[in-house]
Design a protein around this ligand. Structure first.
Ligand code: NAI
Ligand code: MG
Length: 502
């Protein structure tokens, strides 16, 4: 592994943005936090401060929710579905026009490699907005051919309409900040809802850029409100707020549970995208030329800080050594460095705390007798970097194999069984069920495994195929509900049934 070197000087546009006095975006205006509080934003590659951002507390959340509630019955509600669609589409165009700036801010705030930021903002940020812009004109009710209360046929009409669920509180994590923001906003706006978005306290910058763009394209005031703040303060206030009709949350399973409890007060609707410990199962007939890069990228994408990371690799005995060798060689060859350096392939972790947490797991792995094949340490110098780590010969009795680490740690486990059920039982033996994959050339084995694996997604010969049109979400403690696709729109809608007696 070689360290990427080039020090990055922010572009003039990024410098101008970073130097601003960043306030909260409420009711179409930039306002200071009521108590004047601030979040200090750091670049995880240098550990240096790059900006200060207003930090919302409960009273700011109240203001934002009130604005969203007013906007729900204002000008926004009178736009027809074509007009709503055009506004969302324009937001995508503006984001694309600002792709360079958005990418740079995302890299400085989160640490991810530049290519990853740019690709994900274009492919998922802009494309999600456009995908859901298309749904505005396709939200349909039904007519139901019954004759309630025994009226004669032809003497009544029953139909349903799909209405916006109301004010949505969106609470998002730091691992892919702008994409997370757009994939909450897109279906909510398509459905006609209004939104209070709380970005993660560790990465508020690109959400604020989005505020600029929302204003620029003419989305009515109050439809989108953006309130950076701490989870236990602003996030908790939003989750408990009586003026919020639905919470869309992505983050840890632990906080997901807190959101549910907080939501009980007014029984608001909740969707949860939570953790994962995704299994990748490699049969001996699989094409190893594809398995090795697939497993390596699947595990270390975003430095392993993503919910669908393939962190448990189950490999058949016959090919175990070759796969472990290939994956660890590729992991060690990744160039670690600041995201803005053109040759960086892996960036830093998000924070010192996160790296401590990951190193704690590495220690637990060592102590439980797992074989450390590569990595396991932080390189010297500034930045929250961590070398990609592969543990061989793990088993499901080990904490590192069971718990979500959210860092660059891959556990490889062997199997010899030809009993597919036994293999699937191992794959299913965590509290999670988000994104699994099966690698084989045998279509029967592949589809038998699809039947046996309990997961919101099971991919064959690829891992975690993500597209705005493909439903995504977790079974068991990986979450509630699905995002993306048509199903991803449903949680933002409620059905009204109407019967007319002639
Ligand atoms: P987190 O779950 O605490 O944070 C996610 C979001 O929830 C942030 O916006 C945060 O401000 C908010 N939040 C925190 N406490 C809240 C509360 N009581 N009420 C309402 N909102 C609240 O994640 P954190 O602390 O940043 O990371 C800790 C661990 O969580 C990671 O190491 C990882 O294992 C897991 N995680 C998983 C994610 C996933 O997508 N599966 C995303 C982020 C974290
Ligand atoms: Mg937390």
């Amino acid at each position: 592994m070689s360290a990427a070197s080039t020090a990055h000087t922010p572009s003039p546009a990024a410098r101008e943005f970073l130097a601003r006095r960043h306030r909260l975006f409420i009711d179409g205006r930039w306002v200071a936090a009521a108590d004047g509080g601030e979040i200090v934003v750091h670049d995880p590659a240098t550990e240096g401060e790059i900006a200060r951002v207003a930090c919302a507390t409960e009273s700011d959340v109240d203001q934002a929710v009130a604005a969203a509630r007013r906007a729900l019955t204002g000008e926004w509600s009178r736009l027809n579905s074509h007009q709503r669609s055009r506004l969302i589409w324009r937001l995508a165009d503006e984001l694309e026009a600002n792709l360079e700036l958005a990418t740079e801010l995302e890299v400085l705030d989160n640490g991810m490699p530049r290519m990853v930021a740019q690709y994900s903002i274009a492919r998922f940020g802009c494309d999600f907005l456009r995908y859901y812009a298309g749904w505005c004109t396709k939200i349909l009710g039904e007519t139901i051919p019954v004759a309630p209360q025994d009226v004669p046929n032809g003497e009544s009409l029953t139909y349903t309409r799909r209405e916006p669920i109301g004010v949505v509180g969106a609470i998002i994590p730091w691992n892919s900040p702008l994409v997370m923001a757009t994939l909450k906003l897109a279906p909510a706006l398509a459905a006609g809802c209004t939104v209070v978005l709380k970005p993660a306290e560790l990465t508020p910058l690109t959400a604020l850029l989005l505020g600029d763009l929302v204003r620029k394209v003419g989305i009515p005031d109050g439809v989108v409100n953006i309130v950076p703040g701490h989870g236990h303060v602003a996030g908790a206030a939003l989750a408990a707020h009586d003026g919020v009709d639905k919470i869309a949350f992505t983050g840890s399973t632990e906080v997901g549970r807190k959101i549910l409890l907080a939501a009980a007060g007014n029984l608001k609707r909740v969707t949860l995208e939570l953790g994962g410990k995704s299994p990748m199962v490699v049969f001996p007939d699989a094409d190893l030329e594809r398995v090795i890069p697939g497993a390596t990228r699947g595990a270390f994408f975003l430095q392993g800080q993503n919910c669908m990371a393939s962190t448990r690799l189950f490999v058949h005995d016959d090919v175990f050594d070759r796969v472990v060798e290939g994956v660890s060689a590729m992991a060690q060859a990744f160039r670690l460095g600041p995201g803005m350096a053109p040759d960086s392939e892996l960036g830093p972790l998000i924070s010192a705390d996160q790296r401590e947490r990951v190193l704690g797991y590495v220690e637990a792995g060592r102590q439980s007798g797992a074989e450390l094949v590569c990595g396991g340490e932080a390189p010297p110098g500034k930045g929250y970097f961590m070398r990609p780590t592969v543990f061989g010969h793990t088993n499901m009795g080990m904490k590192i194999a069971r718990e979500e680490i959210f860092g660059p740690v891959l556990c490889v486990q062997s199997f010899s069984d030809s009993d597919l059920k036994a293999v699937a039982d191992e794959a299913n033996s965590t509290i999670y069920g988000l994104s699994a994959s099966v690698w084989t050339r045998d279509i029967s084995t592949a589809h038998r495994m699809v039947n046996l694996i309990d997961s919101g997604q099971v991919s064959i010969n690829c891992h975690a195929a993500v597209d705005p049109a493909i439903p995504f979400g977790g079974n068991r403690q990986s979450g509630w509900g699905r995002e993306f696709g048509r199903e991803g729109l449903d949680p933002y809608l409620k059905t009204k049934a109407t019967t007319v007696k002639f």
